[in-house]
Design a protein around this ligand. Structure first.
Ligand SMILES: [Zn+2]
Length: 266
């Protein structure tokens, strides 16, 4: 099963772990410091990522899922130490230290998966600096695609791991919990925080793109393009009588909007 994954080194001790044979082209990220390693997402349920990670680092490992959708929590129970952002919507899924994501957050209907129950070792506050030893990541709340989405900002390198907030292909704002108001608020926050030359890595590639085999990389121009697209939707709201509406964001992505995501936006 190990050939399910494709590992790309982004920097010394920083790896993108892709699933090029999964139609959703997931990418998870392993960031190692001197003392600890952090795995951002455990990928789809098809693979078993823990042996791959064990082959890349022997540092103590912490896993942080970017959000609770089924395609980012694959075999999360296999990992000893899982942390979650301290968000009320996630706390509501906890009984003691065991979290079972609600159907609204996990989306079991999409590919018929069952929400896992897993132990949470720690709840991290939004804004927390995760110190891996000589390498620090800031935990950002980046709702839009889902209310519980978080990103990791590696300031020293100018890299944002944006997970499902921004990636290649179709951005999904037609799924339960997606909100264009939240997408726009997050985009403006990120635009204010990120330096112009920041690099952004997302959690999905575009299977139809010639770049599909590489980690999905974007930049602040794509963030600006998303803001333009969202403002455009607000100015000319789509007619969704015939289903979700798709609008181009940039050469790398589109935005698919469902009626619920427009709530409070137009
Ligand atoms: Zn996803």
């Amino acid at each position: 099963m190990q050939d399910w994954y494709k590992v790309v080194s982004l920097a010394p001790g920083v790896f993108a772990i892709g699933e090029p044979r999964y139609e959703q082209q997931n990418w998870s990220y392993l960031i190692c410091g001197r003392e600890q390693a952090l795995l951002f997402d455990t990928g789809s349920y098809f693979g078993e990522m823990s042996p791959v990670v064990a082959g890349l680092t022997d540092l103590p490992l912490t896993v942080m899922p970017s959000h609770m959708h089924y395609d980012h929590l694959g075999n999360v129970q296999a990992f000893e130490r899982v942390v979650l952002p301290d968000l009320a919507i996630l706390r509501a899924c906890a009984a003691g230290d065991i979290v079972t994501p609600s159907d609204d957050l996990f989306l079991p209907q999409s590919e018929g998966r069952v929400p896992p129950a897993f132990r949470v070792a720690e709840w991290l506050e939004i804004g927390a600096q995760i110190d891996l030893g000589g390498r620090r990541l800031e935990l950002l709340h980046t709702p839009g695609h889902s209310p519980d989405s978080v990103s990791l900002w590696w300031a020293e390198a100018g890299v944002l791991f944006a997970a499902d907030y921004l990636y290649h292909g179709s951005l999904f704002a037609q799924v339960p919990g997606a909100s264009l108001s939240a997408y726009l608020g997050t985009a403006r926050d990120l635009e204010a925080q990120l330096p112009p030359r920041a690099v952004i890595f997302g959690a999905h590639g575009d299977a139809h793109s010639p770049e599909a085999a590489q980690p999905p990389q974007l930049d602040t121009a794509h963030l600006a393009a998303l803001i333009t697209c969202l403002e455009d939707i607000r100015a000319t709201p789509p007619d969704m009588a015939n289903g979700p509406h798709e609008r181009r964001v940039s050469a790398l992505n589109t935005l698919i909007t469902g009626p619920d995501a427009l709530h409070g936006f137009v």
